[in-house]
Design a protein around this ligand. Structure first.
Ligand code: NAX
Length: 328
């Protein structure tokens, strides 16, 4: 096609933005034959750095990059948007309570949702990366009543990829041999990484691992707390891996997931697996014809049930808190 796809990236001057924009512009988000127009959204303090990043994008002379606009106004940034990557968020400051964090982000994602509602293209797809991602996505969606709720996702792909990597390392396999890992629930330390249905080179993963204590005592906490471990090691939070996950999420949403495998996506629950309808919770999912479908019919053992319930309860608490703030 020759009509450029409009991709809006918020928090464009941040570290994930810096790792993300060049990959979008090079064609990795939507395909090597799809031109993109980039809309960068920043707060006023971030505008100058965003302009610098735009200069570097120019200097790459990407053949697919059809233009870059930089905005500090959400309505302009989301006008005509086809794909929105909502990365910019309010980080937790010193002494900030969880409630303050939810409220501060509500003040960002509510107006952005309204701007999406007003200006987005009919096929718009929104991926929320900025934390607390699931609840921020819920807030944005609630402010975009004319956009189908299923077009609002929160990113679990980084957690999913972390699980693939840990499982491959433990079993001496290549990540390409690991299929059907799942992350359930919230993108938080209470997520539930699940290998019960996973296979490694076609064999059941639990059998290949052969050590159920490793799964509960090492694998699950390592995946769930990986973000903190990266901060500890790098002195900064995950950026390139987060950008990579965002690229893969949107790529698969648009182009489909490979036959025989699935990924993990936080999307509005339809009540599957006992997750209350409407919560933006992570499920194993496949993409067909540009839409996510939750993988159905998986047996959920008691330990998984308990893990999923804990994570979903946290999402329900977050929803109730932002409802109380009048953000839903
Ligand atoms: P940075 O602090 O480097 O960048 C954030 C950028 O957002 C800044 O440039 C800031 O000016 C901008 N911003 C703030 N409010 C904005 C608004 N209202 N509109 C537009 N831009 C705004 O953070 P970075 O490391 O890039 O992380 C961004 C977000 O991703 C954080 O909320 C972080 O917690 C979250 N993450 C989510 C992950 C996930 O798996 N879902 C993993 C990585 C990351 O931790």
């Amino acid at each position: 096609s020759t009509t450029p796809v409009t991709v809006t990236v918020t928090g464009a001057a941040g570290q994930i933005g810096y790792a993300l924009l060049f990959r979008i512009a090079s064609g990795q988000l939507l395909g090597a034959d799809v031109p993109v127009k980039l809309n960068l959204l920043e707060i006023p303090q971030g505008m100058k750095a965003a302009e610098g990043t735009a200069m570097e994008l120019d200097d790459c002379a990407f053949p697919l990059l059809a233009g870059i606009d930089i905005h500090d106004d959400a309505a302009a940034a989301f006008d005509g948007v086809n794909v929105g990557l909502l990365v910019g968020a309010r980080p937790r400051g010193a002494g900030m309570e969880r409630g303050d964090l939810l409220a501060a982000n509500g003040g960002i994602f509510g107006p952005q949702g309204a701007a999406i509602n007003a200006g987005a293209a009919d096929d718009v797809r929104i991926l929320v990366v900025g934390n607390p991602a699931n609840t921020n996505a819920l807030i944005a969606s609630a402010h975009a009543p004319d956009v189908p709720a299923e077009r609002f996702n929160a990113m679990m792909r980084l957690d999913h990829n972390r699980a693939l990597a840990q499982l491959a390392a433990k079993t001496g396999s290549s990540v390409a041999e690991v299929k059907r890992v799942a992350i359930w629930g919230n993108h938080s330390a209470k997520q539930y990484p699940d290998i019960a249905h996973a296979t490694i080179a076609g064999r059941p993963a639990p059998e290949v691992v052969g050590d159920s204590a490793w799964v509960t005592d090492t694998f699950i906490p390592t995946v769930a707390k990986r973000g903190a471990a990266i901060i500890e090691a790098r002195g900064a939070s995950s950026a390139a891996s987060a950008a990579n996950a965002a690229i893969e999420h949107v790529h698969d949403w648009v182009n489909g997931t490979p036959e025989g495998d699935w990924t993990s996506v936080a999307m509005p629950s339809d009540g599957s697996y006992g997750v209350p309808e409407g919560l933006i919770s992570s499920f194993p999912a496949v993409s067909r014809d540009g839409r996510w479908e939750i993988v159905q019919g998986l047996d959920i053992a008691a330990d998984a049930r308990a893990g999923i319930d804990v994570s979903v309860a946290e999402l329900a608490e977050e929803r109730d808190a932002v409802k109380e703030f009048g953000l839903l």
